[in-house]
Design a protein around this ligand. Structure first.
Ligand SMILES: N[C@@H](CCC(=O)N[C@@H](CS)C(=O)NCC(=O)O)C(=O)O
Length: 213
């Protein structure tokens, strides 16, 4: 039996969809909109009590959530795909550090934009909250940029694409958008472009994003 991925086009499920394709796993995609109407939100919560996607049902029927954890798990589960550095390499620490940075520092800011009322009940504060979140994302991309500037190899960890590249390529398409990302993190652009040029990733991206930007 294969995997079941709950997600929505353009949402955080994109990186998991790409990872499943890249490792050649058998999976079913079930559309689930965490920002949809009440019924749709209830449906997401029935799968993931946090009410978020991605949610991945593993072949043993257990639930896995948290995009970075899922990527780490899939990368390790399918070592032959070469999408995660081996345990005993220096690149492993870099991979884990920045995957978790992207998840905990950058992706977490989207919990604000997906529901600013959860952070401040007065809707008059929301525009400024969203603007601050965008600025925070750019500051964090710059911080990451500085760590990878001058690296060797086109991808973040060298000459081979890893799931870290896939994760960054996905999140960098979200607000405040790819142009602002490129300005804040020019050294990351070549990795993102090379990742999106991978034929498997390109197919997943075409299903999930408008590719004119
Ligand atoms: N920590 C989670 C965050 C997932 C997340 O925020 N997903 C968004 C879609 S991209 C979502 O479901 N938002 C709805 C909500 O937060 O209520 C992960 O890394 O998977």
């Amino acid at each position: 039996m294969g995997y079941t991925l709950y997600g929505k086009a353009g949402f955080g499920s994109v990186c998991v969809e790409a990872a499943l394709e890249l490792v050649g796993a058998d999976y079913e995609f079930v559309e689930a909109d965490p920002l949809g109407d009440k019924g749709e939100q209830r449906r997401v919560r029935a799968v993931n009590p946090a009410g978020q996607v991605p949610a991945l049902i593993l072949p043993d029927d257990s639930l896995m959530t948290e995009s970075a954890a899922i990527l780490i798990w899939l990368g390790d589960r399918y070592p032959q795909a070469g999408l995660a550095p081996a345990f005993d390499t220096p690149a492993r620490a870099v991979y884990l550090r920045w995957l978790l940075f992207c998840a905990s520092a950058i992706y977490s800011t989207f919990t604000l934009s997906d529901g600013p009322e959860r952070f401040h009940p007065d809707s008059r504060t929301h525009d400024i909250l969203l603007a601050r979140a965008n600025q925070r994302r750019l500051d964090l991309w710059t911080l990451m940029n500085d760590a990878f500037d001058g690296r060797s190899g086109v991808f973040l960890l060298g000459d081979r694409m890893s799931l870290l590249d896939v994760y960054v390529a996905m999140i960098s398409r979200w607000d405040p958008g790819r142009a602002a990302f490129a300005e804040a993190a020019p050294a990351l652009v070549s990795a993102v472009e090379a990742t999106e040029a991978d034929p498997v990733v390109a197919e997943v991206w075409a299903r999930n994003f408008r590719m004119d930007g």
